[in-house]
Design a protein around this ligand. Structure first.
Ligand code: GTP
Ligand code: MG
Length: 513
């Protein structure tokens, strides 16, 4: 385990985990961050207009803060490189470098193909500060030890996988880039959430950079259309009209747009609103809107529950990114210290099983599949739950079809899968996550609502936020579908999906640089 994304905590053995990010406690610019964290300069343009000297002071502070964070991460990296050299030297002198792949004989009549997980148990996991070379060496060591121990009998049929030679997750480690604008912006967003410079992790910096970059197109409209034109004067009805069309253009939907505009108008009626206060208030409104369904669900960050089986179904129309999301979630779970298993229940598309297998291989997560044509998806889920139970797996991720001969068939199939899960694992925690392609905007949302009935939706994953100007659809999801957004994807890479955090989303949406 490198970093527990579900608890947003770094887990080095010598330091306590970061406190989970609590949206209740999420600071806005009015509630002061911890003393170590400078006032974020995310509202810089307005501050600049309000007070030049004050702003440059705060800019200096946050720059210094970011510098400290960067220096610390750099030192960690240097340490890890040193440690890797030592481990490498040790491992070459003590053992063979090449570890034989785990090859168990294929079960002759097994309908399901299961690749054994190679996720290291938490206590054996390499320290988070280690480089991927070092981690790979440590994992090889562990694998070697496991191989030398007598294998436990495994009731689940197992077939070999092409991906068994070595763990793959370390290929996808984030690396420390330059001390640039992306770094300082990310550091500021973390500071604004109350982090100290010592608590900043590379994982979070990496993700925030990706998120900001991914939101570029949606943000452009706001930055050029609103932030750059705000000027020194208090907010006017004309500015609000501009904001209205910007929100609608970003596909925030009429309901969310009205709600935000009404709140702003009311505030303007009560007092003169200067630009920095206007932006602060706007951000607060957007966050509240996004957080409403999350608060209603009483679950701040969706994470697998430790003491029971968790089954997460990924549903949605074809091509929205279900399988990709599942692959990224499998990786996220493994990185966060959970064991996972994938059920390849999209049996409609011939290549779907293969696609899922590739994702499973990337994170060394076993895949339960039935390669025969027209296999029953519910039967695959049946096998997967059985396998998960016998292995004590934390999380079963179920890939589903996005298209069948008719829409009716698809809904029926989802209902059937859901029934199997409920019957077979009544004690499991089941999540039915609607995957929504942000680039389809409002259309996608309407189409997707049909799934709510069939699959008993509990949350939404928004994908493809990169490359679209319709990132505002997140607001429509919250206000119209009233479903909590659980994860967001902003790219095709394995690290391009993370748990949703309204504070970071809104900062990325309205970042002024
Ligand atoms: N740019 C970008 N592309 C994405 C993202 N998520 C998925 N994709 C791409 O979208 C395409 C479709 O993704 P899939 O995961 O196959 O979609 P699906 O919903 O499983 O599709 P079906 O199984 O055919 O219903 C692929 O080319 C993915 O790489 C994202 O966040 N950003
Ligand atoms: Mg798919």
């Amino acid at each position: 385990m490198v970093y527990d994304w579900f608890n947003r905590g770094s887990v080095p053995p010598e330091t306590p985990a970061d406190p989970p990010v609590d949206s209740e406690a999420k600071p806005d610019q009015s509630s002061a961050p911890q003393p170590t964290a400078p006032e974020p300069s995310v509202t810089k343009p307005a501050e600049v207009q309000a007070s030049e000297s004050q702003s440059s002071e705060s800019e200096d502070d946050s720059l210094e803060w970011a510098r400290q964070a960067y220096a610390r991460l750099k030192a960690q990296k240097a340490e890890a490189v040193e440690a890797a050299k030592t481990v490498q030297a040790d491992s070459t002198s003590e053992q063979n470098v090449v570890v034989p792949p785990v090859m168990e004989p294929p079960a002759a009549s097994a309908p399901a193909a299961v690749v054994p997980p190679v996720v290291a148990p938490p206590q054996a996991a390499p320290a988070p500060a280690l480089s991927f070379l070092e981690q790979a060496a440590a994992q090889r060591d562990q694998r070697q030890q496991e191989l030398e121990q007598p294998a436990e009998p495994d009731p689940v049929p197992v077939v070999p996988s092409a991906a068994q030679a070595a763990p793959k997750i370390d290929e996808d480690e984030p690396s420390l880039g330059d001390f640039d604008d992306a770094f300082t912006w990310s550091a500021e967003v973390l500071a604004a959430q109350g982090r100290s410079a010592e608590q900043v992790t590379l994982e979070e910096i990496d993700w925030l950079g990706r998120l900001r970059q991914g939101m570029e197109k949606t943000r452009q409209g706001f930055v050029t259309g609103l932030l750059e034109n705000l000027g020194d004067d208090p907010l006017t009805p004309e500015v609000l009209d501009d904001l209205e069309s910007l929100l609608l253009r970003a596909d925030a939907g009429v309901q969310a747009t009205d709600q935000v505009l009404d709140a702003l108008r009311q505030r303007m009626n009560e007092q003169v609103v200067d630009p920095s206060e206007g932006i602060r208030f706007l951000k607060e409104q957007l966050r509240d809107l996004l957080d409403e369904p999350i608060k209603a669900s009483a679950v701040e960050v969706l994470a697998p529950q430790r003491d029971r089986l968790n089954v997460w179904l990924l549903v949605g129309v074809n091509g929205v990114g279900k399988t990709t999301t599942l692959g990224k979630l499998a990786n996220l779970a493994v990185r966060s210290g959970y064991s996972a298993l994938i059920a390849a229940a999209d049996t409609f598309r011939a290549a779907a099983v293969q696609q899922v297998q590739v994702w499973g291989d990337r994170s060394d997560v076993p895949v339960v599949a039935n390669p025969s044509a027209n296999a029953d998806p519910a039967a695959v889920v049946f096998d997967a739950i059985g396998a998960a139970r016998s292995k004590g797996t934390d999380l079963v991720l179920v890939d589903t079809a996005g298209r069948l001969q008719t829409k009716h068939n698809l809904m029926e199939e989802l209902e059937k899968i859901r029934r199997v899960v409920d019957r077979l694992a009544p004690d499991a925690h089941v999540e039915s996550l609607l995957v929504l392609d942000a680039s389809q905007g409002q259309n996608g949302l309407k189409q997707a609502m049909a799934f709510a009935r069939a699959a008993g939706l509990t949350g939404v994953v928004i994908t493809k936020l990169d490359g679209t100007a319709r990132g505002g659809v997140a607001l429509a999801v919250a206000s119209e579908a009233k479903l909590p957004i659980r994860f967001i994807g902003a790219g095709e890479g394995i690290r391009d999906l993370r748990p949703f955090n309204s504070f970071e989303f809104v900062e990325a949406l309205l970042a002024s640089r």
